[in-house]
Every structure is written in C-alpha cells, then in structure tokens.
Design a protein around this ligand. Structure first.
Ligand code: 5GP
Length: 203
C-alpha cells in the first residue's frame, strides 16, 4: 500500500451524512473479508454495498459492475482530477476508489452502506464522515494469512509477497478502527460483525 500523492481535497467533497450510516470493513488480503462481507450482506439485505472502482484486472469469476467497476489507469486519474472519489488509494500497485456520488446519494436517502476498503481509504472516509463505524478483520495468525493467499491461487508468488508485506503495515494501523474482529472461526466472526451492524444499523 502506498500513500496517494494527491489526496482528495475534503473541502471539495460534499459533506456529512444526513441519514444513513457508513460501515467500513478493512482487512489484510487473505483475512477472509470478502467471504465475511458477502455473509453480512445476505444477513442485512437493506445494507448497500459500495462497489469500488479499480484499475486491477478482473480475477476469474469476477464481474464488472458486481465485484468492481474495472476501469483504466487514465480513467482513474481523470476522475482524481475531477474530484469524483470520496476516497482513493494505490493498493498493491493498483488504484482503487469509492464514488462520492454513490455514497452521498445513498446516505441522503437514509441508507446504510458497507465499504470494503483499505486502511488508507478508511482514513480519508473518516475525515469526511467521522461517524462511520469502523471494523478491522484480523487473521488468527500471520501464517494463516499466508496459507489462505496461497490456497486462493489467484496471485503470483511475487504478489503474495507484496500482499504479506502490506498486511504487516495494515495490521500496525488497526487502532484506527473502533472494532477489531479476529477471523478465527467464520461463524463467530459473522456473529460478532452482525452484532456491531445491528447495534448501529439505521434501516
Ligand atoms: P483486492 O484486489 O484483493 O480485491 O483488494 C485489495 C485491497 O483493496 C483490499 O484491501 C480492499 O479492501 C482494497 N479496496 C477495495 N476497494 C477499495 C476502494 O474503493 N478504496 C480503497 N482505498 N481500497 C479498496
């Protein structure tokens, strides 16, 4: 993960939540975040998922407009210039960003939104929406993380090494988050996150 050289100007961004709530989930790659997010979205059908934009290539079975909006580097950079991202970051060498239009529209309609973003993005969202509920997912051990990434089979050895290095940096920042959940047992982690969401879910 590297710091964006050109962070969005918060003055330019349009505001504070009027109704809905933002739930931010972050985790090192391989901590089981996607599985957890899918389970949570099933349990809370009124929770909207913020589909991120990315310049990384789709993995097998990933669909444009479902998992991510896959866009080019040029499109992403133009959108930085236009100030359309509520937050953006360069993660593992690719750009990822959240549309501020999507967030502002849904929040103003009083809808709660789930964001699956990295630590860098979470910092930016917290600046703009300080009342966001933040959840960090921890793997039980670093070795588990490594094994999960290898088993997933979607990344090269070089990418796995990069993701593990970034994982250390991300774990070191877990105190930014209000809730830290260890994903040791999937059902337990789902239960814990569901309780956090139920406590704060507005709709
Ligand atoms: P992956 O490529 O494995 O799907 O995601 C890599 C990392 O990028 C994950 O930590 C994920 O949370 C993060 N990520 C996904 N979408 C966004 C986004 O819109 N903004 C930021 N800052 N990070 C994102």
């Amino acid at each position: 993960m590297s710091e964006p050289s050109n962070e969005p100007s918060h003055q330019k961004l349009s505001g504070i939540s009027k109704g809905g709530r933002l739930f931010i989930i972050s985790a090192p790659s391989g901590a089981g975040k996607t599985t957890l997010c899918n389970a949570i979205l099933k349990k809370f059908p009124k929770l909207c998922y913020s589909i991120s934009h990315t310049t990384r290539k789709p993995r097998p079975r990933e669909q444009d407009g479902v998992d991510y909006f896959f866009i080019t580097d040029d499109e992403f950079k133009n959108n930085i210039e236009k100030g359309i991202w509520a937050e953006w970051a360069n993660v593992h060498g690719h750009f990822y960003g959240t549309s501020s239009q999507f967030i502002d529209r849904y929040l103003s309609e009083g809808k709660d939104i789930l964001l699956d973003i990295d630590v860098n993005g979470a910092r930016q969202i917290l600046c703009r929406y300080p009342h966001s509920i933040t959840i960090f997912i921890m793997p039980p051990t670093f070795e588990t993380l490594k094994q999960r990434l290898i088993k997933r089979g979607t990344d090269s050895n070089q990418n796995i090494a990069k993701r593990l290095k970034n994982a250390k940096t991300e774990i070191a920042q877990k105190n930014l988050y209000k809730h830290v959940v260890v994903n040791d047992s999937l059902p337990e982690a789902i239960k814990t996150i569901s309780a956090i969401i139920s406590d704060n879910h507005t709709r």
